[in-house]
Design a protein around this ligand. Sequence first.
Ligand SMILES: Nc1nc2c(c(=O)[nH]1)N[C@H]1C(S)=C(S)[C@@H](COP(=O)(O)OP(=O)(O)OC[C@H]3O[C@@H](n4cnc5c(N)ncnc54)[C@H](O)[C@@H]3O)O[C@H]1N2
Ligand code: MOO
Length: 389
Amino acid sequence: MISVDEARDLVLALAHPPSPEDVAVQDALGRALIAPAIAGLTQPPFDASAMDGYALRSADLPGPLTVIGTAAAGVPYPGDTPPGSAIRIFTGAPVPAGYDRVVMQEIVTREGDHITVADAGHNLNIRLMGNDFSEGTPFLPPRPLRASDLGLIAAMNVARLRVARRPRVAVLAGGDELVLPGETPAAGQIISSNDIAIAALAREAGADVTVLPLARDTEDSLRDRFAQAEGCDLIVTIGGASVGDHDLIGKVSADLGMQRSFYKLAMRPGKPLMAGRMGKAAMLGLPGNPVSAIVCAKLFMQPLLRAMQGLPPGPDLQQGILARDLPPEGDRQHYQRARLLPGEQPRIDPFGDQDSARLWLLAEADALLVRPAHDAARPAGDRVLFLPL
Ligand SMILES: Nc1nc2c(c(=O)[nH]1)N[C@H]1C(S)=C(S)[C@@H](COP(=O)(O)OP(=O)(O)OC[C@H]3O[C@@H](n4cnc5c(N)ncnc54)[C@H](O)[C@@H]3O)O[C@H]1N2
Ligand code: MOO
């Protein structure tokens, strides 16, 4: 069996280069920026008041000064600024040339058209032209766009952005035991949950997801579903990956021409993962046990989808301190569901039960503790790596 790192390299090698697409800045949340966005103007475009108050000359303080006009956001003061004068000014208004400071109205005494300022302090309360960014400054890719990025890009007067087209993902779950949430399972049946979790993980990584109708445990049904996945960038199957008589994914995908990159890796949970190429699409065959499917999706499917959008694949591991003694590890790299305990450095406490079918335990976990294959026994206090959930 290959190692997790070898498997990851083989999976990432299935990524095609990102396909460009232009979208409006309003629609770009979560999209992967793949070309620089260039600032179309300087921000602020003029020296701007940071307060509601009075614009004046420091040299004229403490006054009295004569108020000769007003400037508001969007309505500049058009006149001269002779010595001994001030203007009423509001936040966001251009500060006219000649004045070097704005004083907050709270510290100004006004009588008629005259003001005095007892103690103006040090703050000039002027946002200098260009202190945020200048025209021509590039906002650089690659990066997934956050809400605050969209605000910045809009302020740069960039209306449309070049992003990676969302990878199209088909999720293919199946098994005669499965019914949909809301249906009543017959004897021996359970609710199909993997397709829902895996589709959500794919969407979280930026994909455009189609969940195919549940397949039955027959070659015909699976062939039919693979045909429905035509045209997608990635086919993700769930279940049927192991060695049982009803585990048909390997056979049917091979019959349909899948070029396998690997099948099985030294990982727990997730041993029967398979990956390869089917025509133009990449294919990942996730194991059916729910926790195994989700862990494999986080470690392989999400990085592959990010790579298809030109993004750093991740996920990034963090360092923590082991909260309890652990026995030696077996021959597979083990991703243990664990709780994070507060401390100066996060302390990580793996659960005693690591059953790969128990979704409730996964819901209670904050992290996956990563234990390398053949890791020696470890005492509490050792440094370890974990993947935050
Ligand atoms: N003789 C062996 N048996 C098994 C081995 C092995 O090495 N030798 N490996 C075990 C491991 S590890 C895993 S993981 C599973 C993987 O099995 P499959 O990928 O073939 O998955 P299934 O058999 O189809 O299902 C396993 C389990 O998961 C449930 N399941 C499947 N799909 C869904 C779904 N969409 N929603 C919810 N639950 C689902 C299914 O009912 C089974 O309980 O094989 C072990 N066996
Ligand atoms: O490796 Mo299986 O994926 O333990 O449950």
